[in-house]
Design a protein around this ligand. Structure first.
Ligand code: PLP
Length: 400
């Protein structure tokens, strides 16, 4: 692995210039200085220059779905990622639709809750904290209920870091003649969702995840036929994707005040993404980040919640150590003092914490994270970070 690390294409990563800690979180995340710099200038939202920027934004994002992109269009939506998930559900799901929601963590649960809020019928498959929904389960659920029209899945379930098998889920969905919507919020830009490769009607993500922009808008990449058919579906004015799309097509403008500075910063983030080799290059850096992190943490005795097969290159969940002297808030503060902000766990059954692999960081940064974890454990008087046996037995439930 060492040789591989040294020969890998070097991404130009620099440490945060103001001395702020690295954000080892799934967004907002550590951004490049040149991205932040773009926010120093003001833009008129109706002006031709900003309209041209919006047009480029849409074209460049669309190109990231690769072959098959010509049948799709990209519509940016103001707000955080949740806003664009809600916009997708409310706009693309007809009022008389019925949706199978696949849940294995907090973001799948949020989708189910959104469906209740906006009054769209749904049935759920809930796999708990860390088991993936599988193709056969989807096929069985669809066969059992002919009223189901759509399936919604989270690509990388950021609460555990599990990478869900969207290919087999897509195959099961379309084999049964239904339609698939994907929340690829934390994966888009680092893990391929090529439209010519995996079939779906729409995919959503936001500015502050793998493209490494700052927070302020999300975007939906949807099949044009679905955008046309979405007219009149929406439960909301501001989250109406059809209306936003139709208006953008006509005037080149966002319907309501756009986050101008965020868009300008995002254009630079997209440039850096291209320069790094696009989805492949970005995905390779994150994968290396994860491998160095996981190897180093295992040397300290830590263990991952997920078996290697389901680990994403986005974020990794580690069990809390069994040692009674371990206390998460203290560990958090010690890590922060060493320049790294980690993330609490989001599981119900076992105690855990998370470390993100995305943002302006490389494998050198991740090695420094491991060194900081070691010295934080030392400061707490903990010799080994081994998790409790119960946590490891829990993990055994994960089928191979
Ligand atoms: C980040 C994220 C969201 C959106 O969360 P916001 O806090 O609204 O930005 C939705 N789904 C997934 C899988 C995410 O990782």
């Amino acid at each position: 692995m060492k040789a591989d690390l040294e020969t890998g294409a070097a991404a130009a990563i620099e440490a945060p210039r103001l001395g702020e800690p690295y954000l080892l979180t799934p967004g907002p995340l550590t951004t490049a200085w040149s991205v932040k710099e773009q926010m120093l200038r003001d833009w008129g939202s109706w002006d031709g220059d900003f309209r041209a920027m919006t047009a480029r934004l849409r074209t460049e994002l669309l190109s990231l779905v690769g072959t098959g992109a010509e049948d799709f269009d990209c519509v940016p939506v103001q707000g955080s990622g949740t806003f664009v998930v809600e916009a997708m559900l409310g706009s693309l799901l007809p009022r008389d639709s019925k949706t199978l929601v696949l849940i294995n963590g907090a973001y799948g649960q949020r989708i189910a809750k959104t469906m209740d809020c906006i009054g769209r019928a749904h049935v759920d498959i809930d796999k708990g904290d860390y088991l993936p929904p599988r193709g056969q389960e989807v096929a069985a659920a669809l066969a059992a209920d002919p009223d189901i029209t759509h399936v919604v899945v989270v690509h990388c379930e950021t609460s555990s870091g599990i990478l869900n098998p969207i290919r087999e889920i897509s195959e099961a969905t379309y084999a049964a003649g239904r339609k698939l919507l994907i929340d690829s919020m934390s994966a888009f830009g680092a893990i391929d969702v090529a439209a010519g490769d995996i079939r779906y009607e729409a995919v959503v993500s936001s500015a502050n995840k793998c493209i490494e922009g700052v927070p302020g808008f999300g975007f939906i990449i949807a099949r044009k036929s679905e955008l046309i058919a979405a007219e009149g579906n929406a439960h909301s004015l501001s989250l109406d994707v059809h209306d936003q799309w139709a208006n953008m097509e006509k005037t080149g403008q966002w319907r309501f005040t756009p986050p101008t500075h965020v868009v300008a910063a995002f254009m630079e983030a997209l440039r850096l993404h291209r320069e790094e080799g696009g989805i492949q290059g970005r995905g390779a850096r994150y994968t290396k980040n994860r491998d160095v992190l996981v190897d180093g943490m295992r040397e300290l005795g830590f263990e991952t919640l997920l078996r290697d097969r389901w680990l994403s290159p986005i974020i990794v969940t580690f069990f809390n150590p069994a040692d009674e002297k371990f206390e998460f808030t203290r560990f958090y503060e010690l890590m922060k003092a060493r320049g790294f902000i980690i993330y609490p766990g989001k599981l119900t059954v076992v105690d855990s914490f998370r470390v993100g692999c995305i943002g302006q960081m490389d494998h050198h940064t991740m090695r420094a994270v491991v060194v900081a974890a070691k010295s934080s454990l030392d400061a707490m008087g903990i010799a080994s970070a081994r998790p409790p046996q119960a946590a490891l037995s829990e993990r055994e439930k994960l089928a191979a």
